[in-house]
Design a protein around this ligand. Structure first.
Ligand code: NAD
Length: 477
């Protein structure tokens, strides 16, 4: 399958960009080109900015009730086109088709949730000091947004940004990932076909640095939302600060998972195996540092290693595949470099550790044990199918170790002890703590990190507030 019409969406029209520059879109299972993507010029970005300004003026006047109705139509269209969009997602990103379908259906839920929540952008009345005065707090859409979304979840990360912005009454220019452009195009088509007015959603692709450096300083743009790596997030946040733009930063993580002696090792290993192999570990909330208590260590690590070893890796379109390839050759290079460094420093490979074949970006599901503290994989985000096992006896010391990195996105624990669960929830320095199951990243719950993992949220009422500006009006009648 070849992705023949990869167009940008500007001012309600599907257009080819004018820079004359293109980039091949690759299938990570074959490393063969499956499409050619045109890249935006500054002229294209000017058009997108003008369209977003006009789109904002139109959309902010549409009632939140009507906006909600249109967004619900978007969600319905997404569900009816989920098979088609998911297939493109798997072809360009690699994840198994069932996961791609879950991503598209979950993204429809995100849009639907925002469709409803937009109607609840409540203000408040503050008791006045003088008779006849009304002190009102009003929530207004902040204005045109620039969104930058990554390649690991090409549809859902764009859905969080577009959904929040549109529900609040904002317009958006979203730069979706150049490596996986087809599925966001299928997604944005649903907005067009549902009747979202021209200029409210604009989709561009190009050189990421050129686009962010052009859009962020523009006086038209009032808010930035970025999902990606910590270094790029820091750079974009400094640009946003320089131009006094509000920002939401969803950056990387290195999620600890605390596994206590009292758990059912077979069950927890099975749950965590599913979480670890999802999207080949290229998930910012993937469990990466497994702190396993002494008495259950051998049983848990044995079972988890068996499951990792037995995972069928292959093309995401093959229905028997359980884990697809890494999304791009950079991830293979990163995995090989982590493995070399850890093994040179004394780590043991319980299973995996190597690239599979030389066609496609396949990497073995990997378990490392006896990893010394100075191994890079214990301080840098792996973003791949690698689990590091760390044995502990004392819970306080392990929690301290879990909190020792600059990251603070997701964290997990498995225990039957209610007191310990409460202690873990209170102690882990992270934006999200999930205990005894994978319970994060739902449309209605806040998703976001602390420390270097960023700030702001993309789900829950917080995800709507991110696109609202508070106005105070005092009226003497
Ligand atoms: P990268 O750091 O070059 O890019 C990360 C993302 O930022 C990409 O989507 C890229 O297009 C975008 N980007 C890069 N420079 C930009 C700029 N100047 N302006 C705007 N956008 C820019 O690395 P990569 O090889 O693409 O991804 C690898 C790393 O990125 C991973 O190790 C992981 O830490 C991180 N990542 C995180 C998430 C997440 O969900 N938080 C998603 C994808 C990648």
């Amino acid at each position: 399958m070849y992705l023949s019409t990869l167009e940008h969406y500007i001012g309600g029209a599907w257009v080819q960009p004018t820079s004359g520059k293109t980039q091949d879109v690759m299938n990570p299972s074959t490393n063969l080109a499956i499409g050619k993507l045109g890249l935006a010029s500054k002229g294209d970005l000017d058009k997108a900015l003008a369209a977003a300004q006009k789109g904002f003026e139109t959309w902010r006047k549409v009632s939140s009730y009507e906006r909600g109705k249109i967004l619900k139509k978007v969600a319905d269209l997404m569900r009816s086109r989920a098979d088609e969009i998911a297939k493109v997602l798997t072809l360009e990103q690699g994840k198994v088709l069932a996961e791609a379908k879950v991503e598209v259906m979950g993204s429809a839920d995100i849009i639907e949730w925002f469709a409803e929540e937009g109607r609840r952008a409540y203000g408040r009345i503050i008791p006045a000091r003088a008779d006849g005065v009304r002190n009102m707090v009003i929530q207004e859409p902040i204005g045109p947004v620039a969104g930058f979304s990554p390649w690991n979840f090409p549809v859902s990360q764009a859905a969080r940004k577009i959904g929040g912005a549109l529900a609040a009454g904002c317009s958006i220019i979203v730069k979706c990932p150049e490596e996986t452009p087809g599925s966001p195009i299928g997604f944005v088509k649903c907005f067009h076909d549902a009747g979202v007015p021209p200029g409210v959603v604009n989709l561009v692709y190009g050189n990421p640095a050129e686009i962010s450096e052009y859009l962020i300083p523009s006086p038209i743009i009032r808010k930035i939302s970025f999902t990606g790596s910590v270094p790029v997030g820091k750079h974009l946040n400094s640009l946003a600060a320089l131009h006094m733009k509000r920002a939401t930063m969803e950056l990387g993580g290195h999620a600890p998972v605390m596994i206590f002696d009292d758990i059912d090792a077979d069950h927890v290993a099975t749950v965590l195996h599913g979480m670890k192999t999802r999207n080949a570990g290229q998930v910012c909330v993937s469990p990466t540092r497994f702190f396993v208590q002494d008495k259950v260590y051998d049983k848990f690590v044995g079972k988890f290693t068996d499951l990792m070893k037995a995972t069928k890796v292959g093309d995401g379109l093959d229905p028997t595949t359980k884990m697809g390839p890494l999304a791009n050759p950079r991830r293979i290079a990163a995995m090989e470099s982590f493995m070399q460094d850890a093994q040179e420093k004394g780590a043991k490979v319980a299973t995996g550790g190597k690239r599979i074949g030389n066609q496609g970006n396949f990497f073995e599901p990997t378990v490392l044990t006896d990893v010394p503290k100075n191994a890079r994989i214990l301080s840098e985000e792996p973003f791949g199918p690698v689990a590091v096992m760390l044995r502990f006896k004392d819970a306080d010391a392990a929690l301290k170790e879990a909190n020792s990195l600059p990251f603070g996105l997701a964290s997990y624990a498995f225990t039957k002890d209610g007191k310990m669960a409460a202690k873990v929830a209170d102690t882990l320095d992270a934006g999200m703590v999930s205990i005894n199951h994978f319970g994060i990243a739902l449309p209605e719950t806040p998703f976001g990190g602390v420390k270097d993992s960023g700030f702001g949220h993309e789900g829950g009422i917080e995800g709507l507030n991110a696109y609202l500006a508070t106005k105070f009006v005092s009226y003497l009648g």
